[in-house]
Design a protein around this ligand. Structure first.
Ligand code: ZN
Length: 272
């Protein structure tokens, strides 16, 4: 079941993407792409936004163009992250526009990006990992962080909030949306991963040990929510989309479902 309360699908032309309903009328462009509406074929079908997956570069660029048209932003306003499952976060400005799309990606490691400037379109990438969207409407600040299991264990969400606090933003004024990603239904791990969660979050109910073998399931949504709450985000300011990309691999790219033969979804944010 897809709970439609916190988000909705928007269809523009051939493209379908997801937005968070509470942010629908904000001075904010945002969206999380589905597989629908692109030109890529085969395992990348069809809206692949990853340049590093073996797909044709011309197709990926065309896919970006289509997303930009739908969101009414320009290709040269995009700033692409550099996601390597680490915890580096960059503040970006007008000067970074075009990074990774019309210019080479200048970073080695940036799993999080944020900006206070209008017209700078932040872009991060996903295929099961958890997208965290940050928004402080009072201050005009937006950000995104890529929280795979390593980023989650490393509390990348908390790190973003701490950076914003240094800029004078109160945690209680920050809203966070947890986007489509692999749910506990499908995120099965071995002891080596589960142990890292247990070390950081002893006894947490989102680490679920199997009774019948030595595997575990981990609820990355609940874990990220706990990290956000501990960092001072108010419960009512957390939007949980609770949609599993692995269960819905017809709609979203899923690394686990396809054993890595897949394209990449994009998350976009831009202040109007
Ligand atoms: Zn699932």
């Amino acid at each position: 079941m897809i709970d439609l309360a916190s988000f909705k699908f928007i269809t523009k032309g051939e493209l379908t993407y997801l937005i968070f309903t509470p942010w629908e009328n904000e001075a904010l462009v945002h969206g999380f792409t589905t597989r629908t509406g692109g030109v890529s074929e085969g395992e990348w079908s069809s809206l692949n936004l990853g340049f590093n997956r073996g797909d044709k570069e011309t197709s990926v660029i065309e896919n970006y163009r289509r997303v930009c048209d739908a969101l009414e932003v320009t290709l040269d306003s995009l700033v692409l992250s550099k996601q390597v499952h680490e915890l580096e976060i960059a503040k970006v400005t007008q000067e970074d526009k075009g990074n990774g799309i019309i210019q080479p990606n200048k970073w080695k490691s940036k799993d999080g990006i944020y900006t206070r400037e209008k017209g700078v379109t932040l872009v991060t990438h996903y295929a099961d990992c958890v997208p965290l969207f940050f928004y402080a409407p009072k201050y005009g600040m937006i950000g995104m962080a890529h929280a795979g299991w390593r980023g989650t264990v490393g509390r990348i969400g908390k790190k973003m909030i701490e950076l914003w606090e240094k800029e004078g933003i109160l945690a209680s004024d920050i809203q966070v949306a947890i986007g489509p990603s692999i749910g506990s239904c499908c995120f099965e791990v071995g002891a080596e991963v589960a142990d890292q969660f247990s070390n950081q979050f002893p006894g947490a109910s989102f680490i679920i040990a199997h009774e019948y073998d030595d595997k575990y399931h981990i609820d990355l949504w609940a874990c990220n929510e706990r990290i956000l709450l501990e960092a001072g985000i108010l419960k009512e300011n957390i939007i949980q989309s609770q949609i599993c990309t692995c269960c819905h691999s017809d709609l979203f790219f899923s690394h686990r479902k396809t054993q890595g033969k897949r394209g990449t979804s994009g998350a976009f944010m831009c202040l109007k």
